[in-house]
Design a protein around this ligand. Sequence first.
Ligand SMILES: *[C@@H]1O[C@H](CO)[C@@H](O)[C@H](O)[C@H]1NC(C)=O
Ligand SMILES: *[C@@H]1O[C@H](CO)[C@@H](O)[C@H](O)[C@H]1NC(C)=O
Ligand SMILES: *[C@@H]1O[C@H](CO)[C@@H](O)[C@H](O)[C@H]1NC(C)=O
Ligand SMILES: *[C@@H]1O[C@H](CO)[C@@H](O)[C@H](O)[C@H]1NC(C)=O
Ligand SMILES: *[C@@H]1O[C@H](CO)[C@@H](O)[C@H](O)[C@H]1NC(C)=O
Ligand SMILES: *[C@@H]1O[C@H](CO)[C@@H](O)[C@H](O)[C@H]1NC(C)=O
Ligand SMILES: *[C@@H]1O[C@H](CO)[C@@H](O)[C@H](O)[C@H]1NC(C)=O
Ligand SMILES: *[C@@H]1O[C@H](CO)[C@@H](O)[C@H](O)[C@H]1NC(C)=O
Ligand SMILES: *[C@@H]1O[C@H](CO)[C@@H](O)[C@H](O)[C@H]1NC(C)=O
Length: 554
Amino acid sequence: MLVSLGALLFAVAGTLSQQTGNHVDWPRWCGKVYQDGYPAFDPGGQTRPPLPISGPPLLDIQFKPRYSLYLNSESQGQFVVNAPLSQLFGTPWTKSTKCRQRLSFTISVVSNTTNHTEPLVSSHLTVNTTGNTFPFSLASITPSLTPISLLLTAGNYTAVSSLLYLPTKSTGSTTRIDNRNGGLFHSSPTTDHKFVPLFPYGFYASYDNFLSNISTTNTSAIDTYTSTGLNAMTPLTTLSDTPFALTYLSSHDVKIMYDLRENYKNSSFVQTQATLAPSLDSLFAYWSVDEPDGWQDPFSAPLTAQSILHSVDPYHPAAVVLNCQNYYFPQYSAAADIIMEDVYPIGIKPSFSKWNTTCNTTLGDCGCDNCAGSVFDVANRLEDLSNYERWANLWPKTKFHNPQSFHGEGYWARDPTPEEEWAMVMLAVNHGAKGMMSWVYPAAESLVEAHGRLAKVLTVGPVVNYIVGGGRAKRVEVGVEGIDVAVWEREGSMLVSIVNGGGSVQGRVTVPVPRAVKVKSRPWGELEWTLDGGQLSSAELPGMSTSLLILELV
Ligand SMILES: *[C@@H]1O[C@H](CO)[C@@H](O)[C@H](O)[C@H]1NC(C)=O
Ligand SMILES: *[C@@H]1O[C@H](CO)[C@@H](O)[C@H](O)[C@H]1NC(C)=O
Ligand SMILES: *[C@@H]1O[C@H](CO)[C@@H](O)[C@H](O)[C@H]1NC(C)=O
Ligand SMILES: *[C@@H]1O[C@H](CO)[C@@H](O)[C@H](O)[C@H]1NC(C)=O
Ligand SMILES: *[C@@H]1O[C@H](CO)[C@@H](O)[C@H](O)[C@H]1NC(C)=O
Ligand SMILES: *[C@@H]1O[C@H](CO)[C@@H](O)[C@H](O)[C@H]1NC(C)=O
Ligand SMILES: *[C@@H]1O[C@H](CO)[C@@H](O)[C@H](O)[C@H]1NC(C)=O
Ligand SMILES: *[C@@H]1O[C@H](CO)[C@@H](O)[C@H](O)[C@H]1NC(C)=O
Ligand SMILES: *[C@@H]1O[C@H](CO)[C@@H](O)[C@H](O)[C@H]1NC(C)=O
């Protein structure tokens, strides 16, 4: 997570030939040279908007099962089908686009050993629509530990996907990803093996001076952590090294992201750990790789780790941290079921580094790649990653933010304040983040307390039912610089998140919420918002203020 520079130089010397980008023999981070005495150059690997193709519009059908996996105990699934028309991707659509065209299609299992004559879905969709859902029966499908290939056929248009339909386990946990809205759902003995929305919120937790000190007779350091309200952790150790502490965390239902990063290129290590980790009932994901883009790792290395994880433990997703703003995103995100970004913008000098070089898009490392040094770097990075997915025509993946709870290393002059932490976390949530893993515990007590307070709100009902259980965040423009608003709707009500990531705003601020009739609750924030005529307003909006309100809709 943090760039250990001694290690960086050593690693560069050892793996030259396998590195990506340009000038692989120079000391680089995110493809850019960071030491003084080298020229700036194009690091390569930028993902850019595609160029429109002239001619008739293109139809691009893509589909996925609603959830990344189903269990044998379930009898029904759902497909999400997108069929947009654009000038960018797909196959020419030669029919009229004037009226709404219906297109018949089927979705079937593709198998070398059986010919399924009955399609799972036989239906129709309207061309140029997205997010269509179609139920299907799982009854005819044999559960398997490997993905089942699927084919969608609509006349001469086709699309492929796959379905994971796993044998039900009697022990341990299962995590699945909502391929429509991006949230995680977790089932474990604690939930009586039912899937419930999970918003993981915790810290990467160090071994030295924390987990290494936990003993069977003294667990007080972990008890302090859990008492804050945090519901998750990425312990920076393994079951092989620290069995009691990890088992204790699991028995207290602290959701665990399991750390494999130190040895992720060692297949037998990954295999061994993925065999051990499922004994933790609270396991929710693997942290397979840390910043492969920053290190310019070979593209294949994270993919190998992911494929071992999927084959040994198909019940849990793999999370990859991406550090770079725009360096081979499609290649480095390919191995991620969950993409985490570790944008640490507070206290940086964004344009001149400790290495005595300028930082810009072709040179230097200032601790936060191509950042401005503002809380909005977090929101902008999440938007960048989503744009790259759109530009590369990739199905959007689940994203987490790694909040900065540290300073030092010659890059970060200070810790964020609690208000900045809340602003960055809520900006991330507004821009689609579905989990938080902060670097690094132990942290300043005020920051642990700040994250714990917000975790107590984001990880439980009613809020988690909107940010994970509801649809995707929708943006609301208020036209005041620095103010960022998102809403989630669910069952006749709406969660509104209002962040002022800039300075104090003078004068009344209003947020349009046309169908809202009543403030039901205020899960977070001290500000006095009033609702009148479809507008929320507050007499003042201090800098770095954050608010969550639940409104009743007509
Ligand atoms: C099914 O057949 C295809 C084409 O012959 C082959 O590439 C693929 O490996 C086979 N899959 C299995 C699971 O046997
Ligand atoms: C499936 O159907 C195709 C086309 O009719 C046939 O060639 C193939 O042998 C069948 N495969 C199996 C496994 O029955
Ligand atoms: C498809 O839908 C989009 C968004 O709804 C719209 O902007 C576009 O004009 C439509 N394209 C065609 C060819 O109808
Ligand atoms: C698909 O079929 C239609 C006629 O059914 C034809 O006009 C069109 O060119 C075909 N598209 C492709 C990509 O083959
Ligand atoms: C953790 O254990 C080490 C070694 O036993 C000790 O030096 C250190 O003070 C302990 N830290 C805490 C926070 O108890
Ligand atoms: C238990 O551990 C905590 C933190 O590591 C330490 O501060 C405390 O003194 C220990 N208690 C006992 C009884 O050893
Ligand atoms: C790879 O991992 C295995 C299993 O953990 C271990 O025995 C072996 O020493 C590791 N190899 C290297 C080169 O680190
Ligand atoms: C940067 O320049 C300063 C002043 O010239 C010098 O003291 C320092 O050692 C340089 N740092 C590095 C990493 O080169
Ligand atoms: C980055 O800074 C270096 C050094 O000042 C300069 O040579 C280079 O042109 C800059 N790159 C961009 C994209 O401005």
